[in-house]
Design a protein around this ligand. Structure first.
Ligand SMILES: N[C@@H](CCC(=O)N[C@@H](CS)C(=O)NCC(=O)O)C(=O)O
Length: 238
């Protein structure tokens, strides 16, 4: 039995963490039976991050490592038909979103001073905080995450540059997807899950910002997100 530990659903999405949303989409694409547990804290995660799973008593963290494990254990139900070259492309785009675009999205959600107050009510739901603590926790979180972004490197740039870096990733994805239904062939794969998780989270950010505006201009990315939602999460599909 697989138990998926992740944050509470938010913004009309299965998850406001793109990594949790990616993994839940993958589990549904793979048709692997699983139970979802909403996290109250990250103490049970071997890495201190979400998502993580428990599979027959073995606890594994990191969405990518979990998918590798499940693909190997269950006979590659989602990515098995990809050629080695397609696997290479898939991994390169996943890394672009998870190791680069992610940090711009973190800036958009947690640090950009113009938008922090819009995120606070959602943050309250995400962490389950009493209302009076929200301004303080929001300020502390923004301070901590600003330091993380500085160490990672993205946070050393001016805001206009940060936005430009994220928008370049979105454009690359949109141009690469073109008018295809899925990233590769007739059925969705892990890369489709990652794209929909990132595009969905950026699109559904409920305040004006340059990254969301640029993403919404790419009708093919929006339609791709809606297509995967209709297939995997009809209960939440737009
Ligand atoms: N590489 C990891 C990244 C997971 C990750 O960064 N999760 C974030 C949420 S989007 C998290 O749990 N952050 C909590 C923290 O850093 O304290 C994966 O693919 O699962």
């Amino acid at each position: 039995m697989i138990t998926l530990y992740q944050f509470t659903p938010l913004l009309g999405l299965p998850n406001a963490s793109p990594f949790c949303m990616k993994l839940e989409l993958y589990l549904r694409l793979a048709g692997l039976e699983h139970k979802v547990v909403t996290l109250k804290g990250l103490g049970g995660s071997p890495t201190g991050k979400a998502p993580y799973i428990d599979i027959d008593g073995e606890v594994i963290a990191d969405s990518g490592l979990i998918i590798n494990y499940l693909e190997a254990k269950f006979g590659h139900p989602v990515d098995g038909k990809l050629t080695l070259a397609e696997r290479g492309q898939s991994l390169a785009f996943q890394r672009m979103m998870e190791e680069h675009l992610y940090w711009v999205a973190v800036y958009m959600r947690w640090v950009d001073p113009a938008t922090r107050r819009h995120w606070e009510p959602h943050m309250q739901k995400l962490i389950g905080l009493p209302g009076f603590l929200v301004p303080l926790v929001s300020k502390l979180a923004a301070r901590g995450i600003r330091k993380t972004l500085y160490k990672q490197g993205v946070g050393r740039h001016a805001p206009e540059t940060i936005w430009r870096m994220g928008i370049a990733d979105i454009q690359a994805l949109a141009h690469w997807l073109g008018n295809r239904t899925w990233a590769f062939g007739e059925t969705p794969t892990t890369l489709d899950s990652v794209m929909a998780a990132f595009v969905g989270n950026i699109m559904r950010t409920p305040w004006d910002n340059p990254l969301t505006a640029a993403t919404l201009k790419h009708g093919n990315l929006v339609a791709h997100f809606e297509r995967l939602m209709a297939r995997c999460f009809p209960e939440l599909a737009p």
